[in-house]
Design a protein around this ligand. Structure first.
Ligand code: CA
Ligand code: CA
Length: 161
């Protein structure tokens, strides 16, 4: 084995053994997820995630959406804040805190509707008492809902996001 290959092997092994999710977090793909145990405003949810080295979760594709929905079902949390707002530009949701553009969306029919001109924060709504079945909706950021944090694997440079 050349030293180059050996180095690569060691690096991969180091990444493998070092990267584990904190206790209480669930590993999926390149990230760790944690369902907030209490309802919070969007702001307080984001703060709690950040205190724990993460952000409110971004959802980058259908597979990740499906995974988070599976966690919502598992933990019996019908309505869960995600990490996006249209605070900067009404009607254009971006992933916070970096303002990353959305390349994937899964809004329910008629959403986002900015109801009463007061809905700037994103959640997944799985409530059984309306027409929303695990699709995205904008809500008042001060509403209190469950929330999900997402911590990226920082070893490969995808730092917290
Ligand atoms: Ca809005
Ligand atoms: Ca709405």
């Amino acid at each position: 084995m050349t030293s180059e290959i050996l180095q690569l092997f060691c690096l991969q092994f180091a990444v493998y053994i070092v990267w584990a999710c904190p206790a209480g977090w669930i590993k999926h793909g390149p990230a760790c997820y944690h369902m907030g145990p209490e309802v919070e405003s969007w702001f307080d949810g984001m703060t709690m995630c950040q205190i724990h080295g993460s952000n409110l979760a971004s959802v980058l594709n259908q597979e990740e959406h499906n995974f988070i929905v599976s966690l919502m079902k598992q933990y019996k949390k019908d309505v869960v804040w995600l990490g996006a707002t249209d605070w900067d530009n009404e009607g254009t949701f971006v992933w916070e805190p970096n303002g990353d553009k959305m390349n994937y969306q899964n809004f329910g029919h008629g959403e986002p509707d900015d109801r009463l001109n007061q809905e700037d924060c994103l959640l997944i709504d799985g409530s059984s008492n309306n027409h929303h079945t695990f699709v995205w909706d904008d809500r008042n950021c001060y509403d209190r809902n469950y929330y999900i944090c997402k911590q990226m694997d920082d070893i490969t440079g995808n730092l917290v996001g």
